[in-house]
Design a protein around this ligand. Structure first.
Ligand code: NAD
Length: 353
């Protein structure tokens, strides 16, 4: 399996180094023949090539079997005309990665804030309330007068259908329970369509239990009783906010894996940003990116029919759980290790099993 690795900015290089070590250990144990091919994006690329993403990178990624994108300093990249492209947006859009899959679970010995749970938020990733996602040209926010802004939210039948089916398929492989999160009482047309389509899609999956909850009430439900949820499907912004909450409830935002998936391509990405405040200090938690790459391996295994990739993904998740249980982790999750040592501890557990 050929994987393109783009380390990114801030803590990106440190956590991708730690992640690559875990992948090499998994490759050895499960004979995955992983080939990691590293290229610059973000500030490193801007400095070297005058753009945060070289145009040829897209073909390189398309020719590979998967992409790992480290966090990038997206807030710094404002002027596309001067090469300041948001790398995450570029690949998400160019590769049509319409589903953002974000698991959140607690770990033995490191309980979350609210007892044990294991859920996944499946978030629509290509439209919704995001100014950069809805327009072929221009931006989804309009300054009508200096004091009036209109922000557009696009919802389409196609995007609702494909995210609904992605969530249903995932729920069928888990505990067969789907929760649709929406605000159809107010956004009657957009969320009304999303809700109707999700309900209709779910009917095609025998045994799938479905419920739906208004997004505001959902915040109370998920804090009160997160273990009642299995797979949660939501439009883009609701899913974005909800998945940060569920990751944090699991113990830390740094424990949340994230995979951006389309019909042909997938991109593993940490749930957090480039954390410039701790960059270069060897203190960042690499687990989010490590778990994201486990999701990438599982996706590849399912797509190619090669079971050993899914086994490797499960083994990485188990190794993360064991390292956390033993306290061999970074300080944000109660450990004392640095970024590289925390990655090495997970690789070691993986090799020793
Ligand atoms: P952030 O997620 O980078 O950091 C928020 C807080 O969490 C900081 O205190 C940071 O130190 C901490 N943190 C983040 N990741 C951590 C880790 N792995 N281990 C330990 N602590 C961690 O959010 P921010 O500071 O708002 O954004 C910084 C930059 O990242 C901005 O340019 C933003 O646009 C960008 N960003 C990029 C992505 C992405 O590439 N996917 C996502 C979010 C933000």
């Amino acid at each position: 399996m050929q994987i393109v690795v783009l380390p990114g900015d801030g803590i990106g290089p440190e956590i991708t180094t730690a992640t690559s070590g875990v992948l090499r250990a998994a490759s050895e144990r499960f004979q995955l023949d992983l080939r990691l091919e590293e290229h610059a994006v973000g500030h490193a690329s801007l400095k070297q090539f005058g753009t945060t993403v070289r145009p040829e990178l897209l073909d390189i990624v398309r020719a590979a079997d998967g992409l790992i994108l480290g966090p990038t300093a997206t807030f710094d990249f404002k002027d596309e005309a001067h090469g300041e492209i948001n790398p995450s947006r570029h690949f998400r859009k160019s590769l049509d990665l319409y589903a953002n899959v974000r698991p959140a679970r607690t770990y033995a010995g490191r309980p979350g804030r609210l007892g044990e749970f294991d859920l996944v938020v499946v978030r629509e990733n290509t439209e919704g309330f995001y100014a950069d996602r809805n327009m072929e040209q221009g931006n989804g926010e309009i300054l009508v007068t200096p004091d009036v802004v209109i922000s557009l939210r696009r919802i389409t039948r196609l995007c609702c259908e494909r995210i609904a089916h992605a969530a249903c398929r995932l729920a069928m492989k888990r505990r067969k329970h789907l929760t649709i999160v929406h605000k159809a009482n107010v956004l009657k047309l957009g969320d009304g369509m999303f809700l109707d389509i999700c309900r209709a899609a779910a009917k095609g999956y025998p045994g799938l239990e479905v419920d739906d909850i208004l997004v505001d009430a959902m915040m109370a439900h998920v804090v009160r009783n997160p273990d009642r949820f299995d797979v949660i499907v939501a439009t883009n912004m609701f899913g974005d906010i909800l998945s940060d909450l569920t990751a944090e409830l699991s113990g830390s935002l740094g424990l949340g894996g994230s995979l951006n998936v389309g019909d042909r391509y997938a991109m593993a990405q940490a749930a957090h940003g480039s954390a410039p405040d701790i960059a270069g200090q060897d203190v960042a938690n690499p687990i989010s990116l490590i778990l994201s790459t486990a999701l990438l391996l599982a996706w590849h295994g399912e797509k190619s029919g090669a079971v050993r990739y899914e086994e490797a993904a499960r083994a990485i998740e188990a190794a993360v759980a064991k390292a956390l249980r033993e306290g061999r982790a970074t300080r944000d999750v109660g450990g004392k290790l640095g970024t590289i040592a925390a990655g090495a501890a997970i690789a070691e557990v993986l090799q020793a099993e």
